[in-house]
Design a protein around this ligand. Sequence first.
Ligand code: ADE
Length: 368
Amino acid sequence: MLDRELKGELLSWYAATSARPGRELPWRGTRDPYAIWVSETMLQQTRAATAAPYWKRFLEAFPTVHSLAEAREDQVLALWSGLGYYRRARMLHAAARRVVATHGGTLPAQTSDLLALDGVGKYTAGAIASIAFKVRAAAVDGNVARVHARLFAIEEDVTGVDGSGRVWAIAARLAAIDEGEPGDWTQALMDLGATVCLPRQPRCNLCPLRGHCQALAFGAVGDLPRKKAKRAATEVRSVAIVLASKAAVLLALRQTDKLFGGLWEVPQGHWTAGSLLGAMRALANRIGVAPAELSARGEVTHVLSHRKMRVAVFCGHLDGCRRFALPGPDYSAIERVPLSELRKHTRPHATLTRKLLDMAKVPCKRLP
Ligand code: ADE
């Protein structure tokens, strides 16, 4: 009975808050399972406000599973450029091809069939099943796990096997209660985690579930969920050479099996030990530019989930060089890329590349 009450209270809160300005998330206006699948894939590692414009552009370019399945991978990656975790885009693309090949282009409604698709884990399968197909399935992401850890005073690490098992078991029990729309329940939990039950400084005074929250009753909100010790990020140092003119920049294509695979980037070389200038000269020789033509610009740092990248930037003029070599183990091509292609989302590249170009003052601001 308490579970049903809790569910009803959160659903009423969701009905009142999701209609308020500031929380108009574009995918909430669609009933198309494919469009919902794209949104949930983007939202796996990305905040809703960041994902929203990407989602709109992606659906304009690929409005159906068939259109995505027929696209080239570089077109898909170009529209993902800046969102990070590019493997998600490659898997979504592969899964779209599979949906066309084995399900006639219709996304399956059952969690078990969804789970068989590349890039669809338990969370994404639950989110799609509940939001797109009204199945009473649970979907637990980081926000939802935190909400459960506090509501039910779960002391175990919610990212570990035991803690995550407990969270999923409770989430499945609540999701199964025959109350409201399944998709509203999934998204109500997400919204509570994203706007009220925050990791630091939770806004318990605004919480519609404060009467049910065991962590609040025991004064333990700040202690839950328990954090496991974070693995320190590994520092990776490299050098980059930006060769640009007014209209173009020299970029290299990463081999697909590497980090940032399939994306174009400013050529980079390892700077593991020894002198920075030595590393710069080695890279300049690989590219085919004279080191004396280059000037130092500064360092760019970029943090990925387990890696902190420190990149020393050198730059020079593109017109001074006639012939470029580079490929080797990390790259499969090198090209003069018109800046207009970076502005218009037609050439796939990561945020790190934009940071390096900014450091070198290459004007390639993206058009909205
Ligand atoms: N995070 C993951 N899925 C979401 C959704 N459907 N709405 C808002 N935030 C989300």
